[in-house]
Design a protein around this ligand. Structure first.
Ligand code: SF4
Length: 347
């Protein structure tokens, strides 16, 4: 089983309370089973009695995890409870035990994960768009505004968010061919740089592709890195903002530095949010499609964030992830913008 590769993590986490406060789901459900310790203890039970993997409560719990990886990032020994969860999902898929709601969602994602479309031209930069752009159209509009100011040329390509989501749900065998089709299309396009606004897509290109043995012929940057590399002059300062870290950029990619580089360039004065700097306030960004699978939990996670704002109706909240922007805007009164939207508003 895939979980057998995580024996050290299972042994370490099953009796450890240290990161229970970092479970975004556990913080709103108040259920012990939604903490790293009890998830690991349940999986420990499955290594002793593999037939227990078919337990419906266990499967539901595994697919309710927010996968922020805050536990792994802040654990003193970096035990990978996040990876253990993903391995359990793969085991559930491989055992043919996928529950109906996950199965329906995966079918929709498989349709979305068809061969990517890349607009014509010879520009070496490809800006990746995805299905989240329908929910947050202002993100791409802001990117276009910044590129116009910089007189930077680029082409638009459909990214690989659906395939990333399939992998997060445990469907590696469906995600890999979609990643391969994407890599093939990029190579055929002659592009040299892929710019992803969605941290989940950035993480897929940086980590999932090599992990599955898929080679990319182009370099990869998150939009914050690309925009900051343009060294634009901004007419206005962003001022006081609360920057909520991205799961993928912080916890999955060693505190990727470019969001803060861009914030500095636009004159943002970042002030701490909430009660500690370890928690994830992304509403389940790491689980990519948690809003489609567990909408009530995600709504509660958004309200949990709102309850921690100093002045919910006036604070300027900034996020890296269009997913988090959509969830907070949908479920709270918070004034939220993405990094790209904020940068565009400062031009
Ligand atoms: S990830 Fe680290 S802190 Fe969290 S439960 Fe496991 S051993 Fe404890």
């Amino acid at each position: 089983m895939n979980i057998d590769k995580f024996t050290d993590t299972i042994k370490a986490c099953r009796f450890c309370f240290m990161c229970r406060h970092l479970s975004g789901v556990g913080n709103v459900t108040f259920r012990e089973c939604d903490t790293p310790r009890v998830r690991a203890a349940m999986i420990d039970g499955i290594t002793r009695n593999p037939s227990e993997i078919s337990n419906a409560d266990f499967i539901r719990t595994v697919y309710s995890s927010d996968l922020s990886a805050a536990c792994r990032f802040h654990c003193v020994n970096h035990f990978d409870e996040n990876g253990l969860n993903l391995a359990a999902r793969r085991d559930i898929v491989e055992a043919g035990l996928v529950p109906g709601d996950v199965s329906k969602l995966a079918a929709r994602l498989k349709e979305r994960a068809q061969a990517p479309k890349i607009s014509g031209g010879k520009e070496e930069v490809l800006y990746l768009v995805d299905f989240l752009d329908d929910e947050v159209p202002s993100e791409a509009e802001a990117f276009h505004k910044i590129m116009k100011k910089a007189k930077a040329k680029f082409r638009v390509a459909e990214g690989c968010l659906a395939a990333k989501a399939l992998r997060i749900l445990g469907f590696d065998s469906e995600a890999k061919p979609a990643f391969e089709a994407f890599a093939h299309a990029v190579k055929a396009s002659g592009a040299k740089l892929l710019v992803a606004s969605d941290p989940a897509v950035y993480d897929a290109l940086k980590n999932d592709f090599p992990d599955l043995g898929v080679k990319l012929s182009a370099k990869v940057a998150h939009s914050s890195e690309f925009i900051s590399s343009l060294k634009l002059k901004y007419a206005k300062k962003a001022g006081k903002v609360y920057y909520l870290e991205s799961d993928f950029l912080k916890n999955y990619n060693d505190s990727y530095k470019y969001p803060k580089v861009l914030l500095k360039q636009i004159g943002a004065e970042c002030v701490p949010f909430g009660t500690n700097s370890e928690e994830s306030y992304t509403c389940g960004e790491g689980a990519v499609v948690l809003n489609e699978l567990r909408p009530k939990i995600v709504e509660d996670m958004a309200k949990y964030v709102e309850a921690r704002a100093d002045n919910p109706e006036t604070d300027k909240i900034v996020v890296a992830s269009p997913y988090t922007r959509a969830r907070l805007s949908q479920n709270t009164k918070l004034k939220v913008s993405t990094l790209v939207e904020l940068a565009a508003s400062c031009l």
